[in-house]
Design a protein around this ligand. Structure first.
Ligand code: C5P
Length: 235
């Protein structure tokens, strides 16, 4: 079973990103990084190539959601970028997720990990029911979207660490949970609401934790990363 700490590189430019990554230049363990829409749209595929060249694994968090044919073709492009993990919205349907998997699979049969977003943690149950006309509870919706994700042949879902146990119960322990919303016990929560510590996230069953500001905004980001790895992987 694979477990790792993924640092969310929520920087606005390549220059800011490399200033941060230079701090890790002498580290033996190159951190697994998440690149989101802001950085990717600002810098394009070259930022992915450059970070790969420096030896990091990359989770490209672009959350694709479109008609199956478009998603299949976009994923075929991303598979050539050699990222290690990418994602779609489960709301795009099982058919769209299957198309994503097909598009991402290279000629030799290999592909990056492919995961789905269930309901964004910014969506409250009240809004989901009133605006999206989804009558079920948010937990039932998350479990159903996770089951759809597994049926489409994807590898796992993004969810809150507090939901990881529920997802594993429904979809099995081999189905991956990638969980943001992680804070050190003595740290600043900022705008996250439902948070947990790296050690607790591991206990509940997170396979990968995505950690941004507790590392990127720390006085000593390398030390904060090491602390996170130590607490999550119990190393
Ligand atoms: O700085 P912080 O640790 O809160 O960063 C968490 C990262 O995970 C950010 O990149 C945020 O966009 C992402 N994320 C999240 N909640 C979700 C999905 C993604 O916080 N439900």
């Amino acid at each position: 079973m694979q477990h790792d700490v993924i640092i969310a590189c929520d920087f606005k430019s390549a220059a800011d990103t490399f200033r941060f990554l230079d701090l890790f230049a002498n580290e033996e363990r190159k951190p697994f990084l998440k690149i989101g829409m802001e950085l990717y749209y600002a810098e394009g595929p070259s930022i992915v190539r450059e970070i790969k060249r420096r030896g990091h694994k990359i989770f490209l968090d672009l959350k694709l959601h479109d008609i199956p044919n478009t998603v299949r073709k976009a994923m075929a492009v991303l598979s050539q970028l050699d990222v290690d993990m990418c994602n779609v919205h489960a709301a795009g349907t099982i058919e769209m997720m299957k198309a994503a998997r097909e598009g991402l699979t290279r000629e030799d049969g290999t592909r990056p990990l492919l995961i789905a977003v269930t309901q964004l943690t910014s969506t409250s149950e009240e809004r989901m029911q009133r605006e999206l006309l989804i009558g079920a509870s948010i937990d039932e919706t998350i479990v159903q979207y996770a089951r759809n994700t597994r049926e489409a042949g994807l590898d796992g879902v993004v969810c809150s660490p507090l939901e990881a146990g529920m997802v594993h119960e429904a979809c099995g322990t081999g189905f991956l949970t990638i969980t943001p919303g992680v804070r050190f016990a003595d740290g600043d929560v900022a705008d996250q609401v439902r948070v947990t510590t790296p050690a607790r996230a591991r206990e509940i069953g997170s396979d990968f934790i995505v950690v941004g500001r507790p590392i990127t905004a720390a006085a000593d980001p390398v030390a904060a990363y090491h602390r996170c790895v130590r607490e999550f992987l119990n190393e």
